[in-house]
Design a protein around this ligand. Structure first.
Ligand code: NAP
Length: 253
């Protein structure tokens, strides 16, 4: 296989929630492969902008709060105006709420489902429509979780949303594969970001988790870069509806 299979020069990726964490790691990986980045965030992604621009590709910051679907049309309009449209969509923005299921509130249910699942679906729908209308191939990469496969503890809305991401990835792939759009997901294992801060500060949970990771370490944002480039590139043109675990071997145990 030639290195050009992974070349994203001239392509444009919309990456949600990339001011920090895994989104930043994937944006940097895509940029290193030559891709322009449309960074969708609710606060200015200054560090990501600096690091992406240092790689010599284009960067556009779009202000958007994905707690609602209202900004979706504007995100794609801005990508169109600056780069002539997007070829890749990384649905990374996500939140988590932790509480015992007996105490869990409706607000913690709705807020998580709105960002992690509803906005992911409607942004994917708008992106797919734009690809089909513009007769462009498209690549959608959803961010799933170990809790797409497992139940988890004290995170009911998160588990529901991430199990939903796995199912929707398959559904969208079934409907859009023949329209030139690949829909796949990455399921990160336990990664050291804001999302897992509470777990990493709980000595017992953190010891249990680390003890079960065959790689012997938590993952980091840079660990997702290669998988994102693969699923964004022509190397994955015949991969549809797959959720790729990048988990240091967690699911193998
Ligand atoms: P993170 O550092 O908390 O990053 C989450 C990103 O989503 C941030 O950029 C955040 O922006 C953004 N975001 C949250 N709500 C938003 C909203 N309403 N509108 C726009 N952006 C919003 O955590 P992370 O670990 O990198 O998480 C990235 C994705 O990976 C999430 O979908 C998460 O569920 C998933 N994941 C993480 C792990 C892990 O172990 N860390 C494992 C499996 C899956 P702010 O900075 O403004 O909050």
């Amino acid at each position: 296989m030639s290195a050009s299979f992974f070349d994203l020069s001239g392509k444009t990726a919309v990456v949600t929630g990339c001011n920090t964490g895994l989104g930043q790691g994937m944006a940097l990986g895509l940029a290193a492969a030559g891709c322009n980045i449309v960074a969708v965030n609710r606060r200015a992604p200054e560090e990501t902008q600096r690091r992406v621009e240092a790689l010599g590709v284009g960067f556009l910051a779009v202000d958007a709060d994905l707690a609602s679907t209202a900004p979706i049309d504007d995100i794609l309009a801005q990508a169109e105006a600056r780069f002539g449209g997007a070829d890749i969509l990384v649905n990374n923005a996500g939140i988590i709420r932790r509480a015992d299921s007996l105490e869990f509130t409706e607000q913690d249910w709705d807020e998580v489902l709105d960002v992690n699942l509803k906005s992911l679906f409607f942004l994917s729908q708008a992106f797919a429509r734009a690809c089909i209308d513009g007769q462009r191939r498209g690549k959608i990469i959803n961010i799933a979780s170990m809790l797409s496969f497992q139940g988890g503890i004290r995170v009911p809305s998160y588990t529901a949303s991430k199990s939903g991401v796995l199912g929707l990835t398959r559904l969208m792939a079934n409907e859009w594969a023949a329209r030139g759009i690949n829909v796949n997901a990455i399921a990160p294992g336990y990664m050291a970001t804001n999302n897992t801060e509470a777990l990493r500060h709980d000595p017992e949970r953190s010891r249990e988790i680390l003890g079960r990771i065959p790689a012997g370490r938590w993952g980091g944002p840079e660990d997702l870069a290669g998988a994102a480039v693969f699923l964004a590139s022509s190397a994955s043109d015949y991969v549809h509806g797959h959720t790729l675990a990048v988990d240091g071997g967690w699911l193998a145990r």
